[in-house]
Design a protein around this ligand. Structure first.
Ligand code: UD1
Ligand code: UDP
Length: 365
């Protein structure tokens, strides 16, 4: 009997990760039941990734949609529990730190289904971030913790998690970038479409709740980016949360004037834009790492980052938008390079994860 793994995804970065991990699970002969919570539902936030990355259609689409944290997570919890009872998987797999991750982990833990957590052990040490709570809870109910970096292993050990459960797998987003880079360069017309030239623009993404929900901080960030745009064009694929915040604060018109504003990009266009940018300014976790994979300097518009190795290597500069000068920091980092290193593994994290699930599952049962 093949091992039956039920995977819960729901938000954009999880589709990118599933693109490589689902393939690796299939290669190991694991039967995967894919469940989409519906946390992200716009075509540009969801369908495009399934199409481009050839992810099989989810067997169950829960259609949960947006909402306050409690009601969104609660509705997911109830719906995932029903699917778990109906499908009876051997294990549950979740990625990262979203509300979909938390709901999946809680539902499985109550039913005593072993949990595999991919991207375990990341910490910002900022408990006001919803993601920090999601990660901590998920790590503490997981059976196998796939930690991408040395720091993430250390964080888990410091919290008293048994070292036998922790596997330093490397980062599946590196696998995803390697798998997409050549095709993105060959097929994406994003630069021509936006009338921009390689290495002559800044790529920016903003969506973190801290940055979008506080009107003062939102204005500071967009003023800072607008000033940087006086020197180099700023391409800004707009997350729906950020679009809504800009509209609410009456800042959207000015943003349309100052920036090359686009809808959220598909993964191939995004990969091509990242590889072609002079600098990336972002509050995204995934985009920080992708900047490094493409050897592009990055400025992180947050007060801290989970991906501390990139700061140590000199590829990433943390710029606290509440207190640090945004345009000056961005412009100073253009043209800089960090040290060479491989903190995220060798590009085979997905196959290591699939192989470990098989060997550890047999070992446990
Ligand atoms: C979520 C994750 C965050 C992750 C991000 C990736 C949580 C707590 N946060 O944040 O960790 O970095 O996804 O992008 O799980 N919306 C749409 N269409 C969509 C999706 C969202 O219009 O397809 C709008 C809705 O107004 C919604 C808002 O965006 O209320 C926020 O969406 P939500 O999924 O709650 O959080 P994200 O900010 O996307
Ligand atoms: N991404 C994308 N199009 C965009 C913005 C991001 O394809 O317009 C991809 C990006 O390349 C990365 C992932 O989405 O692979 C990161 O997701 P996001 O920034 O939404 O979430 P986070 O990583 O911060 O949780």
């Amino acid at each position: 009997m093949p091992i039956k793994v039920l995977t819960v995804v729901g938000a954009r970065p999880q589709f990118v990760k599933a693109g490589v991990v689902s393939r690796a699970l299939a290669a190991e002969g694991i039967e995967e039941i894919l469940v989409h919570t519906g946390q992200h539902y716009d075509a540009a936030m969801s369908d495009v990734f399934f199409e481009e990355l050839q992810i099989p259609s989810p067997a169950h689409h829960l259609g949960i949609g947006s909402g306050l944290h409690g009601s969104q997570t609660g509705r997911m919890l109830e719906a995932i529990e029903s699917v778990l009872l109906e499908t009876k998987p051997d294990r549950l797999l979740v990625y990262g730190d979203t509300n979909s991750t938390l709901a999946g982990a809680l539902a499985a833990s109550k039913l005593h289904i072993p949990i595999d957590h991919v991207e375990a052990g990341l910490r910002s040490f900022n408990r006001t971030m919803p993601e920090e709570i999601n990660r901590i809870v998920t790590d503490h109910v997981a059976s196998l913790l796939f930690a991408p970096t040395e720091t993430s292993v250390t964080n888990l050990l410091h919290e008293g998690i048994n070292g036998e459960q922790i596997i330093r797998s490397g980062d599946v987003m590196y696998d995803a970038t390697l798998a997409a880079a050549e095709m993105a360069e060959r097929t994406s017309t994003a630069l021509e479409d936006l009338a921009i030239k390689p290495k002559e623009f800044i790529l920016a993404t903003i969506h973190r709740a801290d940055n979008t929900d506080d009107p003062k901080l939102l204005r500071t960030i967009f003023d800072g980016l607008a000033e940087a745009a006086n020197t180099l064009p700023v391409v800004l694929p707009l997350h729906p949360r950020t679009r809504a915040s800009l509209e609410r604060e009456g800042l959207l018109e000015r943003a349309i004037e100052k920036f090359t504003l686009t809808e959220p990009k598909g993964y191939m266009d995004m990969t091509h834009l990242e590889a072609s940018a002079s600098l990336i300014a972002t509050d995204s976790g995934g985009v920080q790492k992708e900047a490094f994979f493409h050897q592009v300097p990055c400025v992180t518009l947050r007060s801290e980052t989970e991906w501390v190795e990139l700061v140590d290597l000199g590829w990433n500069t943390v710029c606290n938008p509440a207190s640090d000068p945004i345009p000056e920091t961005i412009l100073a980092q253009i043209g800089t390079r960090g040290e060479q290193a491989s903190p995220y593994g060798d590009g085979n994290a997905s196959s290591k994860i699939a192989a470990a699930i098989v060997s550890r599952h047999v070992a446990i049962n």
